[in-house]
Design a binder for this molecule. Structure first.
Ligand code: NAP
Ligand code: HSE
Length: 427
C-alpha cells in the first residue's frame, strides 16, 4: 500500500481524487500496490466531502501530513510559491517523495527543490506543470535523452490560444472572448498571467532547463503577451498567409540559450498553426529524432490529473524497486542566456504614416540606414491624409529594428507604430 498526502483539493486535486478512485484496480495492477489518499490539506472541507472523502482525512494543518510516517508521497496541488515551497521542502527532508503541478514554484525555485530531492534521495516529479495532460517533461528527460535538443517551441497557454482562435475564426472582440475563457475555467484566477505571457514563460523556463541541461528561470525569459494584438493584425496575418499564436520559444544558439514568449506570425502550414482553441502543443527538434510534436489538452481537471497520476504511478514503481531519485536534476551545465536584442528574426510592422509623395522613400531610408531590409510592403487603407503601411522585413537583428523604430517614432511623417510582431517558422 502506498499512502498519499494531498495538498489542495481544488480543480486538479479533485481530478486526482476522482481518477485514483475510477481506475483504482488497473492502477494497482500497474504498480503492484494499492494507492490510497490518506490525508488531505484543504481550507474548504466541503470541497473534499463532495468528492466522497471522509471528514477524518481532512486537515488544515500541514504538520498532520508531514508527521504522518505512513505517507510516502506528498502531492502538492495548492499552487503559488509559498507556502507550497516550504511544504515541499519539508516533505522531502522527511524522506517523502513529491509530485506537483506547480509551475510558479518550479520556474523560480527549481534549483533549491532539486537539490533537496537529491540530498534526501527522494523523487520529485512535475509532469503536470507544463502543458497539463501532454507528456513532455518525462519524454524530454527520458525518451529523448539521447538527443542534443536544438529547439522547443510550444503553444503552452490554453487561455490565450482560445482567445486568438476565436478572434481569428469568428472575428470576435478580445475582452468578450477572455470573459468566456474565464467562465470556462481555462484562465488563471488572475488572467494577467495568461494574457501577459507569464504562464507560458514559467512553462518554457521549465522546458528550457530540461532540454538544454542548464537552469533557466522565469527572469531569464523575454515576455510579451497578447494584449496588443488587434483584429487588424489578425486579418493582415491571414492575408499574408500567417496565423497569430502566442509562442513559447527556446533555442540553443552557439551554446547560448534563447528563451522568449511573444505573439508570432507563423505560416498557415506550420504544424503549430493547426493547434486551436484551448489545445496546447510542443514542437521539439532533436539532432537524432528530427521534428516531433506533442499535442493535447494543456489544462483542465482530468487532463491535468492524468499527468499527476502518471507521476504517482512512476514513483510507486520506483519505490517497489527502491530506486527513487533515479531521474533527478538534469541541469549539469551553465549556459549563458541570449538577450532579446541579439535575436535575428523577420518582423511584421504595422504603422500609420502621412499619405503624400516621398513618405515611403523616407521610411525605407530609415530602415536601410539601420540595416533593416524590407521584404514586403502593403498600403492598406487611407483615411484623410493618413495611410496604413504593412511591412514584412527580411531576417534582421532585433537591435537594428528597434533602432530604426526609435528614429521613425520621432519623424513627423509617422503617425504611429501600431504594432510589431515577430515571424517564426518561416523557411
Ligand atoms: P485551485 O482550483 O485553486 O485549487 C487549489 C486548492 O488548494 C484550493 O482548493 C485552495 O483553497 C487550496 N489551498 C491553497 N492554498 C492552501 C493552503 N495554504 N492550505 C490549504 N488549502 C489551500 O487550483 P488548481 O487549478 O487545481 O491548480 C492547482 C495547481 O495545478 C497550481 O499549481 C496550478 O498552476 C497547477 N495547474 C493547474 C491546471 C488547471 O488546468 N487548473 C493545469 C496545470 C497545472 P482555496 O480555494 O480556499 O484557496
Ligand atoms: N491558465 C492556464 C492555461 C492553465 O490557460 O493554459 C494551465 O496552466
Amino acid at each position: 500500500m502506498i499512502n498519499i498526502g494531498l495538498l489542495g483539493c481544488g480543480t486538479v486535486g479533485g481530478g486526482v481524487v476522482k481518477l485514483l478512485a475510477k481506475n483504482r484496480d488497473t492502477i494497482a495492477e500497474k504498480t503492484g500496490a494499492e494507492i490510497i489518499i490518506k490525508k488531505v490539506l484543504e481550507r474548504d472541507e466541503q470541497k473534499c466531502l463532495q468528492l466522497g472523502l471522509e471528514a477524518g482525512m481532512i486537515t488544515n494543518n500541514f504538520e498532520d501530513i508531514l508527521n504522518d510516517e505512513s505517507i510516502d508521497i506528498v502531492v502538492e496541488l495548492m499552487g503559488g510559491i509559498e507556502p507550497a515551497l516550504s511544504y515541499v521542502i519539508a516533505a522531502m527532508e522527511k524522506g517523502k517523495n513529491v509530485v506537483t503541478a506547480n509551475k510558479d514554484m518550479i520556474a523560480v525555485k527549481g534549483k533549491e527543490i532539486f537539490e533537496t530531492a537529491r540530498a534526501n534521495k527522494v523523487d520529485f516529479y512535475f509532469e503536470a506543470s507544463v502543458a497539463g495532460g501532454i507528456p513532455i517533461v518525462y519524454p524530454l528527460k527520458q525518451s529523448l535523452a539521447g538527443n542534443h535538443i536544438e529547439e522547443v517551441i510550444g503553444i503552452l497557454n490554453g487561455t490565450t490560444n482560445y482567445i486568438l482562435t476565436k478572434m481569428s475564426r469568428e472575428g470576435r472582440d478580445y475582452n468578450e472572448v477572455l470573459s468566456e475563457a474565464q467562465s470556462l475555467g481555462y484562465a488563471e484566477s488572475d488572467p494577467t498571467a495568461d494574457v501577459g505571457g507569464w504562464d507560458a514563460a514559467r512553462k518554457i523556463a521549465i522546458l528550457s532547463s530540461i532540454a538544454f541541461n542548464s537552469r533557466v528561470t522565469l527572469n531569464d525569459v523575454y515576455v510579451e503577451g497578447i494584449t496588443g494584438i488587434t483584429p487588424q493584425d489578425i486579418r493582415y496575418a491571414g492575408e499574408l498567409g500567417f496565423v497569430v499564436k502566442l509562442l513559447a520559444i527556446a533555442k540553443e544558439v552557439n551554446g547560448k540559450i534563447q528563451a522568449r514568449v511573444h505573439p508570432a506570425f507563423i505560416p498557415l502550414n506550420h504544424p503549430l498553426a493547426f493547434v486551436n482553441d484551448v489545445f496546447n502543443a510542443v514542437f521539439v527538434r532533436g539532432d537524432a529524432v528530427g521534428e516531433i510534436m506533442h499535442y493535447g489538452r494543456g489544462a483542465g481537471e482530468m487532463p491535468t490529473a492524468s499527468a499527476v497520476v502518471g507521476d504517482i504511478i512512476e514513483i510507486a514503481r520506483n519505490m517497489a524497486y527502491q530506486t527513487t531519485a533515479r531521474i533527478g536534476c538534469t541541469c549539469y551545465e551553465e549556459k549563458a542566456i541570449l538577450p532579446i536584442s541579439e535575436l535575428s528574426a523577420q518582423y511584421y510592422i504595422r504603422m500609420t504614416v502621412k499619405d503624400r509623395p516621398g513618405v515611403l522613400a523616407g521610411i525605407a531610408g530609415v530602415f536601410g540606414n539601420n540595416d533593416v531590409s524590407i521584404a514586403t510592403v502593403l498600403q492598406k487603407t487611407s483615411q484623410e491624409d493618413m495611410a496604413e503601411l504593412i511591412l514584412i522585413t527580411h531576417t534582421v537583428k532585433e537591435k537594428d529594428l528597434q533602432d530604426a523604430l526609435t528614429v521613425l517614432k520621432g519623424m513627423s511623417i509617422v503617425g504611429k507604430i501600431n504594432n510589431v510582431v515577430r515571424l517564426e517558422g518561416v523557411n
